[in-house]
Design a protein around this ligand. Structure first.
Ligand SMILES: NC(=O)c1ccc[n+]([C@@H]2O[C@H](COP(=O)([O-])OP(=O)(O)OC[C@H]3O[C@@H](n4cnc5c(N)ncnc54)[C@H](OP(=O)(O)O)[C@@H]3O)[C@@H](O)[C@H]2O)c1
Length: 398
C-alpha cells in the first residue's frame, strides 16, 4: 500500500508529463494533482486540467493566459501564466512531490523552487542536474527533500542500490541503446535528417531527448546526472551500449557481483517508482506480458567514441566541473534546436558543442555563474551556427 500524495507536474503536456498523469490515474487513491504546468500547449493543458481538476493550471507563455482562462472558466480550476506562476506552482504549500519534466535548462529555476520549498522532486529534467548540480546538491543533503530519479537508467540504479551501503559499491554501469545510428557508417550519420534522428528504435520521447539519444549526448548528460545523484566520481561510472534496452542499468559491487534492473521500455515504470519510492505499487502496464524469452538475446558493446563524440564531450565537461557542464548543456540545446530547424547538419551538433566548450569560462559553479554561463554559451553557440554550412535538403542515404 502506498501513501497519499499531492503532486505538481511541471511539463504536463510533454512525453513524461502525459505518462505521469497516466501513472497517477492508475495509482488512484490518495494521489492527487494539485497543479499542472505547461510551456505553450494550451489546448492539452486545459484538457488535462478539466479531467484532473487541479487547484491551478499554469501556462508559461504569458500571451496564452486569456485562452487558458477562457477554456477553464466555470471549472473551478484557476488559470495562471508566466515564469513566477510556474515557480509558484512548484513551491505550493499543499504539495508533497513535484514531477520535474520541463525540457532543458528552462526547468532549472522551477526545480530549485520546489526543493527550496522542501518538496521531494521526481526528476526527469536531467539538464537541471547537469548544469546546476553544484547548487542543487546542498539542498538535498541531510534532512533535505529527496531527489527521486525518473530517468530509467537512474531509476534502475536507485533500485539496484536499495538496501546497500555506499562503501560496497565499486562502480555504476549506465546502459545506452545506441540510438537510431548505432550501426550506421560515420560518414552517413553526419548528414542525417531530423526525421532519421527522431526515429528512435526503443523509446518514444520528446524531440530534444530523442536527438540527444541519436548523438549519444543523452548518455553523457546521464553520466553527469549519475555523478550528482549517487555521489560517484566520474572514473567509477561506465557506459555500455545495450541495443535491446532491457537492462536499464547496473551496479557492480566490491565482490564483483553485478546487479541489474530489467524490464520493458516503458517510462511509466520509473515514473511510478519515483512517486511510490521506496515502495512498489501493484499496478501493471502493458509490460505485464514482458518476457525475456521473447527478447531472446541481450548484447553489450563498448560505445564508439569516434562516431559519437558528444558522449566524451559531456563526460570531459563533467570532469572539468565549474560551469563547463552548464555551457555544454546550453550549447547542446541551441545546436539541437538548430538541427531540428534544419539550420545545421546532424554532425554539426557535436561540432558546435565542442567549439563552444573551447572558450567556455572556468568559473566556480555558483547560481549566478551557472545562469551566466548558460546565457554566454547560448550566444556563442548561435555565433558558431551562423558560420556553419546549412545541410542539403536531401539528408543522407541512411
Ligand atoms: N521522454 C522521456 O521518455 C524521457 C526519459 C528520461 C528523461 N527525460 C527528460 O525529461 C524531460 C522532459 O522530456 P520530454 O521527453 O517529456 O520532453 P517534451 O515531450 O518535449 O516535453 C517538454 C515539456 O516541457 C514543457 N516546457 C517547455 N518549456 C517550458 C517552459 N519554459 N516553462 C514551462 N514548461 C515548459 C513543454 O510544454 P509545451 O509542450 O506545452 O510547450 C512540455 O510539457 C527532459 O529533460 C528529458 O531529458 C525524458
Amino acid at each position: 500500500m502506498v501513501e497519499a500524495k499531492n503532486i505538481t507536474i511541471l511539463g504536463s503536456t510533454g512525453s513524461i508529463g502525459v505518462n505521469a498523469l497516466d501513472v497517477i490515474s492508475s495509482l488512484g487513491g490518495g494521489y492527487r494533482v494539485v497543479a499542472l504546468v505547461a510551456g505553450n500547449n494550451v489546448e492539452l493543458l486545459a484538457e488535462q486540467a478539466l479531467r484532473f481538476k487541479p487547484e491551478v493550471a499554469v501556462i508559461a507563455e504569458e500571451s496564452k493566459y486569456a485562452d487558458l482562462a477562457d477554456r477553464l472558466a466555470g471549472s473551478g480550476v484557476a488559470a495562471a501564466a508566466g515564469a513566477d506562476a510556474v515557480e509558484g506552482a512548484a513551491a505550493r504549500d499543499d504539495v508533497n512531490v513535484v514531477v520535474a519534466a520541463i525540457v532543458g535548462f528552462a526547468g532549472f529555476r522551477p526545480t530549485l523552487a520546489a526543493l527550496r520549498a522542501g518538496h521531494d522532486v521526481a526528476l526527469a529534467n536531467k539538464e537541471t542536474l547537469v548544469a546546476g548540480g553544484a547548487v542543487v546538491k546542498p539542498l538535498v543533503e541531510g534532512d533535505g527533500p529527496r531527489l527521486l530519479p525518473v530517468d530509467s537508467e537512474h531509476a534502475a540504479l536507485a533500485q539496484c542500490l536499495l538496501g546497500t551501503k555506499p562503501e560496497e559499491v565499486e562502480r555504476l554501469v549506465l546502459t545506452a541503446s545506441g540510438g537510431p545510428f548505432l550501426d550506421a557508417p560515420a560518414e552517413e550519420i553526419y548528414g542525417a535528417s531530423p526525421e532519421q534522428a527522431l526515429n528512435h528504435p526503443n523509446w518514444n520521447m520528446g524531440a530534444k531527448i530523442t536527438v540527444d539519444s541519436a548523438t549519444m549526448m543523452n548518455k553523457g548528460l546521464e553520466v553527469i546526472e549519475a555523478h550528482w545523484l549517487f555521489d560517484m566520481p566520474f572514473d567509477r561510472i561506465d557506459v555500455v551500449v545495450h541495443p535491446q534496452s532491457v537492462v536499464h542499468s547496473m551496479v557492480e559491487f566490491q565482490d564483483g557481483s553485478l546487479v541489474a534492473q530489467m524490464g520493458p521500455a516503458d517510462m511509466r515504470l520509473p515514473i511510478q517508482f519515483a512517486l511510490t519510492y521506496p515502495l512498489r505499487a501493484d499496478t501493471k502496464f502493458e509490460g505485464d506480458g514482458f518476457s525475456l524469452v521473447d527478447v531472446g538475446t541481450l548484447e553489450f558493446r563498448e560505445p564508439d567514441a569516434d562516431k559519437f563524440p558528444s558522449l566524451s564531450l559531456a563526460v570531459e565537461a563533467g570532469r572539468a566541473g565549474g560551469v563547463k557542464p552548464a555551457a555544454l548543456n546550453a550549447a547542446n540545446e541551441v545546436a539541437v534546436n538548430a538541427f531540428l530547424e534544419r539550420r545545421i547538419p546532424f554532425g554539426a551538433v557535436a561540432e558546435t558543442v565542442a567549439a563552444v566548450l573551447e572558450d567556455a569560462p572556468d568559473d566556480e559553479p555558483t547560481y549566478d555563474n551557472i545562469v551566466g554561463a548558460d546565457v554566454w554559451a547560448r550566444r556563442r553557440a548561435e555565433e558558431v551556427i551562423s558560420k556553419t554550412q546549412t545541410p542539403s535538403a536531401s539528408g543522407s542515404k541512411l
